[in-house]
Design a protein around this ligand. Sequence first.
Ligand code: KG4
Ligand code: ZN
Length: 368
Amino acid sequence: MNGASPGPSPCAPIVPSSLAGPVLCLETSCDDTSAAVVRGREVLSSIVSSQNELHAQFGGVVPEVASRRHTELVNEVVAAAMSAAGVGWDDLAAVATTQGPGLIGALLVGLAAAKAIAYRRCLPLIPVNHIQGHIAANYALGVEAPFVCLVASGGHTLLAVVEEGVAYRVTARTMDDAAGEAFDKGARLLGLGYPGGRELDRLAAAGDARYVRFPRAVPRGRDFSFSGLKTALLYDLRGRDVAEVEAHRADIAASYQAAIVSQLVEKTLTCADAEGLRSIAIAGGVAANSGLRSALGERCETEGLQLALPPLSLCTDNAGMIGLAAGFLPALPWPTYLALDAFASDSEARPARPAKRRPRAARPAEWS
Ligand code: KG4
Ligand code: ZN
């Protein structure tokens, strides 16, 4: 899109104003089609249409299938979010959408929809980084920076020192799998459905975490590693007969979950200590894990640290968190936002460049 004429403007270029009004937000970075209306730190509505059932038959997200489904769902989900918030189109101050990282085809659906809405409604557009969205979910709880945030999802596991708003510095990341991947792969080995994290969590609640002593040895330094744990589970299961696995599936799940959680908790507390911060937050789909929430809760209480646990609806992918992050980010006026491209990974992120040629056409008569 860069360099192309942005076409006729439906209205005069917008100068970003203070966004006191509600923002319509979109999130389509993976397999959830989500729209929300957010005002400041208040999520007025958040609609998430999950594609889990669609992808379950393949045992994982199929990118092309996800993009097509987003296209089918996006208008419906936006209409539902607007209606649930009781907000009219004329009340909106801006549109926000996830720009990346994520599945490129899936991201493009949300970005194209957001551009179309912004153009038609004469609104500025706020591109949001998905990780910043996850972190910002904590602002719904009234958390104030600086804090250490454990971001653990299906695609990312990192420790962020959030310095102000959604500006953060990464102090640790995973050397191999993300924590959510470790949950999903473990769930698959245990014969659970897709997506596995939530199922494994549910099963683990009924199990004895002392049943298998999975390796707790974590890599030296600040980074995470989960691939060895997954291999340990594989070999543990291979060493048992079918009846034994059947009888102790919940115990094995609880033991495996405890090993993942222990690494997440220890690394997070070490980071807070090293950074001299007394406030901890968690974010991403794995932040919904009940074992992680209770273990971190206990440790923070013992250590006298403040802990923010976002509601489950703001942990897994949702557009509400995108709106919470948008409040800290610049709104791009027309035609600048037309040049935005989605990006699959942070290393590919590019700022939007203003379109080279300004259009000659003023507002078409039929729009007034
Ligand atoms: O943040 P998210 O919805 O999407 C990404 O950005 O990746 O995270 C999805 C990940 C999946 O791996 C899923 O299995 C995991 O979060 N997850 C959980 C739980 N709920 C979702 N993992 C452990 N326990 C849960 N309760
Ligand atoms: Zn996510």
